[in-house]
Ligand binder design. Structure first.
Ligand code: GLY
Length: 353
């Protein structure tokens, strides 16, 4: 078992290992005494893991109830949030009680937001069950729902009191969903850890405890320095400006991780052709993504990507900040005039460097 400390304004630990769900009660009791606890999960995850977590918490002395909402990205909305808030109220939770988010990013984001709102803030624990949620959304306190046709625009920064990442839960992920998380994991190597990147290049089998711990430690260090996302935290968005545009162009049929993979490959090629990247980072990023079955070519032209990226930000004039690699394991922010975004994306379209 590995323990990574996140030293944000309100600090907490991310516990990473196998077999953690049956120990959830005792691990949670390290940070909060037995109280009323409401587990929020979705209809995919509930049949797999709810009983185990519920029993573990009950055995540890918590008085446990649960709320299950229908699974799906499209559920990340005001109605589902209202359902969670109603469940919290009906369970009679007070400010000394606890909420647990058991599931992927949608569950974690919405449960975190509900926890920040209910009684002006009730403590919550993240129990991510996807690799993507483990290495990204469960750590750092970003919570949100989609609203008015835009992703994640209603939310709050609200840190959990503990994150429990049981690697056994990845065993039930489809290869496609597991690859989504690999794309975000490879991203940490590309932006800040050449040794981690090399591990992805050379490993025959991945040691997931090592990988997840390294990614979470990197995210923790970045979030500690920029909890409210006004500077350094932007580095986590490598591949995301183009990636989000691809997701939007596909009407969200392309998943987040796959879009980020294509976005990283595109931005690395563009940075190389623009003279911003000095080594063979673009070739290495594309090769490692391909090794793990992730796509590297944009299905949409630069014009469509730029239009989607700028519509999302509702930008007119001014500049947009993108993240570019300068060499493998190092990325920087690069400001571009918005009317140059399309030509920058265009530099990254041609695959052969
Ligand atoms: N997912 C990027 C961040 O937490 O800032």
């Amino acid at each position: 078992m590995k323990r990574v400390q996140v030293k944000t304004g309100s600090p907490y630990e991310v516990t990473i290992g196998r077999g953690l769900l049956p120990m959830a009660g005792e691990l949670v009791r390290e940070v909060i005494p037995p109280c009323r606890a409401l587990i929020v999960t979705d209809s995919n995850v509930a049949p797999l893991y709810l009983d185990t977590v519920q029993k573990s918490l009950t055995d540890a002395g918590f008085s446990v109830s649960s709320h299950i909402f229908p699974a799906g990205e499209e559920q990340k909305n005001l109605d589902t949030l209202a359902g969670i808030l109603t469940a919290l109220a009906e369970a009679g939770l007070t400010r000394t009680d606890l909420v647990l988010a058991l599931g992927g990013g949608v569950t974690g984001d919405m449960t975190g937001l509900a926890s920040s709102l209910y009684l002006r803030g009730v403590r919550y624990v993240q129990i991510p069950t996807t690799l993507l949620a483990a290495v990204d959304s469960s750590v750092g306190g970003k919570t949100a729902i989609d609203f008015a046709g835009r992703k994640n625009i209603v939310g709050a920064f609200y840190q959990p009191i503990r994150v429990l990442c049981d690697l056994d839960t990845f065993d039930t992920l489809t290869p496609e969903i597991f690859r989504d998380g690999l794309a975000e994991s490879i991203k940490y190597g590309a932006i800040c850890d050449e040794a981690l990147f090399r591990l992805f290049e050379t490993a025959e089998t991945l040691d997931m405890t090592e990988i997840v711990s390294a990614c979470v430690a990197h995210k923790a260090r970045i979030v500690e320095q920029d909890e409210h996302d006004t500077g350094l935290r932007q580095l986590l968005n490598f591949g995301h400006t183009a990636g989000h545009a691809m997701e939007a162009c596909s009407n969200y049929r392309i998943s987040h991780g796959h879009a980020v993979a294509m976005g990283m490959a595109l931005m690395a090629r563009a940075a190389t052709r623009a003279g911003l990247c000095q080594d063979d980072s673009a070739r290495r990023i594309a090769a490692v993504l391909e090794k793990y079955g992730l796509p590297t070519a944009s299905p949409y032209p630069a014009s469509a990507l730029a239009a989607a990226a700028l519509a999302d930000k509702k930008r007119r004039g001014g500049s947009i900040t993108v993240i570019v690699p300068t060499k493998t394991g190092t990325c920087v922010e690069q400001k571009l005039p918005v009317d140059e975004l399309e030509s920058f994306f265009a530099l990254g379209m041609e695959e052969d460097l």
